[in-house]
Write a protein that binds this ligand. Structure first.
Ligand code: MN
Length: 350
């Protein structure tokens, strides 16, 4: 198939891309140093950033350059793909692989840089606030600072040193997000050391499969740990068509009920609602990396048209043809406008 040269802007809707990655060059340099020194004991990080951070093959080299750009190249790429507006977020794993103090400082610095880019291009960008979950109380403070700067939500790149937000020590982050009405985008990270070995052995640890397994587990464990019973107004976002959770939701409901009622696990306790209810009431999903009509339609059918939105996953998956494929979906115009524009405007308050 020949590469699509360019996609015109639509007259029917604003195309808002909601999972678009960036990274300051300083952070990319830190990733390279961390990989070369092998000091993290994190085989997933070494697999991902050993590739994207050091390979001179065309794709990783291009991704590195585009990640660090917040001006001409990114805007030209958006123009060429007919993307009106992008929600920008610090790429995975963000500052979450760093030590606590470095992570806190670098989250703040990167938020300042992103805020300046939004100020330069307010009609093209909005931003998600990067946090260091290593310090939950300071993360809540940074969220407050970001909210005042006009940020539209929070980015969390899944696990932090193998720890998950279902652990109550992280719940000050949820409490603050709910109080400030900021949605949290739960973006993939590479699986932690405790999970990744069988995936590495077959080369399936990355975005092809490992990311979805890891992040789906993370989102599900946030639900089953009772986060949304504690913080019922909290809203979260997951990409990649919901990291497979919508497709699993019938079985999640059946087996959660079966295991809770038989008291099989001490840490799997009753919830106020069904697992699938939380997916419909507290979770938005995006089509990042999954511009595939049957999956979009299935998600709209099961979660609701008001829960599913567009994302490109730039610069990792900059495929202009996918925009045309989404335009050409056989769904009503009013639903397509919700998908590209309406849902994002609502969840990010654009
Ligand atoms: Mn992504």
């Amino acid at each position: 198939m020949p590469e699509t040269t360019s996609v015109p802007f639509s007259e029917k809707y604003r195309r808002i891309a909601t999972e678009e990655a960036w990274a300051p060059q300083e952070l990319l340099d830190i990733y390279r140093d961390l990989y070369e020194s092998r000091q993290l004991d994190d085989p997933g990080f070494d697999s991902l950033w050993g590739f994207y951070g050091t390979s001179d093959a065309p794709r990783p080299a291009t991704v590195r350059r585009k990640l660090a750009d917040l001006d001409d190249e990114r805007l030209a790429d958006m123009d060429a793909a007919g993307i009106d507006f992008a929600i920008l977020a610090l790429t995975s794993p963000g500052v979450q692989v760093l030590d606590r103090d470095t992570a806190v400082a670098l989250a703040r610095d990167s938020n300042d840089m992103l805020s300046e880019a939004v100020t330069r291009h307010p009609d093209r960008y909005a931003a998600l606030c990067a946090i260091a979950p290593q310090a939950p109380e300071l993360a809540a403070k940074e969220m407050e600072r970001c909210k005042a700067l006009g940020f539209k939500g929070i980015i969390n790149n899944s696990h932090t040193h193998g720890e998950y937000l279902s652990d109550q020590k992280f719940w000050p982050i949820f409490e603050a997000a709910e109080a400030m009405d900021l949605p949290i985008y739960l973006h993939p990270n590479t699986p932690p050391k405790s999970m990744i070995e069988p995936m590495l052995e077959v080369g399936l640890d990355g975005a092809i499969f490992g990311f979805g397994v890891e992040t789906g587990l993370h989102m599900l464990s946030i639900i089953t740990s009772g986060v949304f019973d504690q913080f019922p107004r909290l809203q979260m976002i997951i990409g990649h068509m919901g990291e497979a959770l919508p497709y699993w939701s019938y079985r999640l409901d059946f087996m959660h009920n079966a295991q809770v009622s038989s008291k099989r696990y001490e840490n799997l306790q009753p919830l106020q609602k069904k697992v699938s209810d939380y997916l419909k009431e507290n979770v938005y999903i995006t089509c990042s990396g999954m511009a595939w009509e049957p999956a979009v339609r299935f998600a709209q059918q099961t979660l609701g048209v008001d829960r599913v939105m567009y994302a490109m996953d730039y610069p990792y998956q900059y495929v202009k043809q996918e925009v045309l494929d989404m335009d050409n979906m056989d769904i009503p115009d009013v639903d397509k406008k919700m998908f590209y524009q309406g849902v994002a405007e609502k969840v990010f308050k654009l």
